[in-house]
Design a protein around this ligand. Structure first.
Ligand SMILES: Nc1ncnc2c1ncn2[C@@H]1O[C@H](COP(=O)(O)OP(=O)(O)OP(=O)(O)O)[C@@H](O)[C@H]1O
Ligand SMILES: [Mg+2]
Length: 401
């Protein structure tokens, strides 16, 4: 193997009851987290939710107010940053401008008196496919290439844990996508533990084995990307990770396997096993791509939910799919994504339609739509003191985003 140099595997990272208080503000509240060795873990959340603070605590750049940090089973809470087997790639990757690419990558090894520094640096540069530019200065590279040099510089130290804080933030969409695949590939080859911070949900889902959705200093839900997407537990997760249509109402009946909710005069069923709550007021969610549009009232069949009639109030073409907004009296506007299998929209604005979906595609949330803050601008609604106060801004709409 060409990359045998990097065959060392990563270490488990364990955060036990971590709280971080800044004067007058609790940034992290009782965070418990285990990231198994060799996994690619993404911490996803809106601006200000505590992602960078978490990385800084792990790197040793901040001290927790409470709690312990363990790496590979060793308690590193009281050790200095340079004593931790951790490397960080920050968003601003600050390469040394007067050094060549090779010298930049070899710098850390040389400073630590490690032999074969240049050979190891070449090896790391081959990994990021930049060895042919080893003699250049950073200013002679594109932004994406500089980003890859920064990555090589971190990987060459073979840290047991690599922390990545929005490392692709500066790149254009296309380069970002290709770097995501490349990073994932590198992680697979070197087998290190990656902790990747991002506010880009697509990036988190594409890259990570496990995604933790963070909200106001707490992890709201954690799991494999498909699991989080298919079965979000809270309105925040349902709306931050992709889009959701949310319908709220009282439970009017239930069976051993289903729960029925009435919302705006319409009855909707959800599988009991996919609902966090089974009585009282329940919010049911369903993803826009799971909805079907009908121009005639569909026959009522068991296991299908039908809403309507309503009107198509917006049609937005976005390339692969078309997004329809459907307004049904009594409920929030519904968003329907339809793949562009035919040219032109399936229905036009103003059309009278029904919307249906299979009951097994719905999910029942643990909270109401008021808990949602849509992700964007969470920094503006975070309470001045303490985290987790369930005070969402007024006027938040569920459903259409
Ligand atoms: N030194 C500090 N003193 C006081 N508050 C701080 C300090 N550092 C961070 N904070 C606050 O802690 C919260 C979390 O900050 P953090 O940098 O972890 O957010 P983030 O999730 O990385 O956000 P972004 O996506 O914008 O980078 C923010 O509300 C921030 O204002
Ligand atoms: Mg940050």
């Amino acid at each position: 193997m060409a990359h045998a140099e990097f065959a060392d595997s990563g270490a488990d990272l364990e955060l036990r009851g971590i709280t971080k208080r800044f004067p007058g503000f609790t940034a992290i509240e009782n965070l418990n987290l285990t990231i198994p060795a060799g996994s690619f873990f993404a911490l996803l959340g809106p601006s200000g939710c505590g992602k960078t603070t978490t990385l800084r605590l792990v790197a040793g750049l901040e001290n927790p107010t409470e709690g312990r940090i363990l790496l590979g089973g060793d308690d590193v809470t009281d050790t200095k940053p340079h004593q931790r087997p951790v490397n960080t790639v920050f968003q601003s990757y600050a390469l040394f401008p007067h050094m060549t690419v090779l010298e930049n990558v070899a710098f850390g090894l040389k400073r630590r008196g490690i032999g074969d520094a240049e050979a190891k640096a070449h090896e790391a540069l081959r990994l990021v496919e930049l060895d042919h530019l080893a003699a250049r200065k950073p200013a002679q590279l594109s932004g994406g290439q500089q980003q890859r040099v920064a990555l090589a510089r971190a990987v060459v130290n073979r840290p047991a844990l690599l922390l990545l804080d929005e490392p692709l933030g500066a790149l254009d969409l296309k380069l970002r996508r290709s770097m995501q695949l490349e990073l994932k590939h590198i992680q697979g080859e070197v087998g290190l533990t990656f902790l990747h911070v991002t506010h880009d949900q697509e990036e988190a889902m594409t890259m990570a084995d496990t995604v933790a959705v963070m909200h106001r200093g707490r992890i709201e839900q954690m799991g494999a990307p498909e699991e989080l997407y298919e079965l979000p537990r809270t309105s925040f997760v349902a709306s931050f990770l992709g889009q959701s249509n949310l319908l709220t109402g009282p439970v009017v009946s239930s069976t051993a396997t289903t729960v029925m909710v009435e919302a705006g005069g319409q009855r909707i069923e959800v599988l009991r096993s996919r609902a966090q709550r089974h009585s009282g007021t329940v919010t049911i969610g369903v993803r826009p791509e799971k909805l079907l549009l009908h121009t005639a009232e569909p026959a009522r069949t068991a296991g299908a939910n039908i809403l309507g009639p309503g009107r198509v109030t917006d049609v937005s073409f976005s390339g692969v799919s078309t997004s329809y907004t459907v307004t049904v009296p009594g409920i929030d506007p519904l968003v329907v994504f339809a793949q562009n299998m035919v040219s032109g929209p399936v229905v036009h604005e103003g059309a009278r339609v029904w919307v249906s979906w299979a009951m097994e595609h719905g999910f029942g949330l643990a909270d109401g739509p008021d808990g949602a803050d849509k992700g964007a601008g969470a920094d503006t609604v975070a309470p001045a003191e303490g985290v987790g106060a369930d005070t969402a801004p007024a006027g938040q709409q569920s459903g259409a985003a």
